[in-house]
Write a protein that binds this ligand. Structure first.
Ligand code: GLP
Length: 262
């Protein structure tokens, strides 16, 4: 795992964006003409998306032939709801990055029975596999250590499925809704095993509210109690933090020395 702790939000965004752009270029160089990007929602990756949008405008990278796969989706929001992750990603990623809307894949949370949701989740796994797997997966982290919507206790080998949201997560996400009660109680999320299948992971976190979760993910035991700790199991994971999110790290000196290079 590579860990970068950087002083400004812009440096965090630039460093994380570099991982994505390098991933796209390496995918193209390997002969795969349709790079697959795993997309996270939430506030954390917004700076990264803004940098990518600038790189697209500058002609440095293109997402026209890419495919995007969302990490997760709420269950039960009406089609077209502004806070459904499909709408969020259309707004915040497809438009700014020039990723065609018909190349965006999002788990279907609108299905009404448990059986249909489970079948939809299995179909989502199939679609990722058919696309050749995820080349670069963008990640945020919940204040409770969740990854995607894999809440504490999620199996480290889990696949895409329906999960209940923790009350902590519903409270954290209430800012996007009219009230806490309006936040859905369930979601469909890629599993931790699904995330681990991506060729490269880049996790972005900022602010003091993420410090404890980041420390547990990066330096704590590999444990379902902190789902983001699965990054320790991945051979190519990059963690990009601002100073506040990095305050709980015991090995900060080592990360800074490693980031300085040979
Ligand atoms: C959300 C998403 C996650 C995201 C996390 C952190 O609910 N499902 O994918 O990483 O919670 O969100 P934020 O970046 O807004 O703090």
């Amino acid at each position: 795992m590579e860990v970068f702790v950087l002083p400004t939000a812009q440096q965090v965004a630039l460093r994380a964006a570099r991982v994505v752009v390098d991933g796209v270029r390496e995918t193209l160089a390997s002969g795969r003409s349709e790079p697959v990007i795993g997309l996270a929602t939430g506030s954390s990756p917004l700076g990264l998306y803004a940098v990518l949008s600038g790189a697209v405008s500058a002609g440095e990278v293109s997402f026209e032939r890419a495919r995007g796969f969302a990490l997760d989706e709420y269950v039960g929001l009406p089609a077209g709801h502004a806070e459904s992750y499909r709408q969020v990603l259309l707004r915040e990623v497809c438009g700014p990055l020039g990723l065609p809307a018909d190349r965006l894949h999002v788990p279907d949370g609108s299905l009404s029975s448990e059986e249909a949701l489970a079948a939809g989740a299995a179909d989502y796994e199939r679609r990722i596999a058919e696309a050749g797997g995820v080349d670069v997966q963008i990640l945020g982290i919940g204040a409770n250590g969740h990854l995607g919507f894999n809440e504490p206790g999620s199996a480290l080998t889990s696949r895409t499925r329906v999960k209940r949201l923790s009350e902590r997560t519903r409270a954290d996400n209430a800012r996007f809704f009219d009230s806490r009660d309006a936040v859905p109680t369930h979601c469909v999320t890629q599993g931790l095993g699904t995330v681990l299948d991506a060729r490269r992971l880049v996790l972005v976190a900022s602010g003091p509210g993420k410090a404890a979760a980041v420390a547990a993910a990066v330096e704590g035991p590999l444990s379902a109690s902190c789902p983001a700790s699965v990054l320790q199991w991945h051979a190519d994971a990059v963690v990009v933090l601002d100073e506040a999110a990095g305050t709980g790290l015991a090995n900060r000196d080592y990360y800074d020395a490693s980031a300085a290079g040979l």
